[in-house]
Design a protein around this ligand. Structure first.
Ligand code: FEO
Length: 160
């Protein structure tokens, strides 16, 4: 179920272990709403990495996994809504990529819930590779369209 874009990864993140992905300005698409959501995804991926590395119990890992799947869906919905509002020509292509990622993530999620704990690391590497490539190649393209058509790039204040 989709909810608010609130991300628990950032507020609860306080780990001291090495992170899987470190946020860098090179990931920025120059639209604060999207950047903050991408930072949440990075944080949740790091949180899952930390839980797997610590060999936390199944329920704890499952909670992070659930949050990551849920937040990925929220994030994609927000981006797709913005694309429609700003009549982005590449909408169908971008949405197809999102849909394929969701199918893959949900398959891994289902396998994990069925007891195959090995998929945790597979999901991590899949998401890490996706995030690096998708943000820098696909998201920057649509963000450039939004910026060119007058989207507000900075928040007036933080809403979430
Ligand atoms: Fe930020 Fe198109 O996902």
């Amino acid at each position: 179920m989709l909810g608010s874009p609130r991300c628990h990864g950032l507020t609860e993140w306080g780990g001291v272990m090495a992170v899987m992905i470190a946020w860098s300005d090179e990931f920025s698409v120059d639209i604060q709403e999207i950047d903050e959501q991408h930072k949440c995804l990075v944080s949740l991926i790091n949180k899952l990495y930390e839980a797997l590395a610590r060999k936390d119990n199944q329920d704890t890992i499952a909670d992070v996994f659930d949050e990551l799947v849920r937040y990925t869906r929220v994030h994609f919905s927000v981006e797709e809504c913005l694309m429609r509002l700003f009549a982005y020509e590449g909408y169908e292509q971008h949405k197809t990529i999102h849909d394929k990622i969701v199918v893959r993530v949900e398959l891994l999620h289902a396998q994990f819930k069925a007891g195959d704990q090995s998929v945790g690391m597979e999901l991590l590497y899949f998401l890490k590779d996706w995030l690096m490539d998708h943000i820098q190649r696909v998201d920057k393209s649509f963000a450039g369209h939004l910026t060119a058509h007058g989207v507000k790039q900075k928040w007036l204040r933080k809403f979430w």
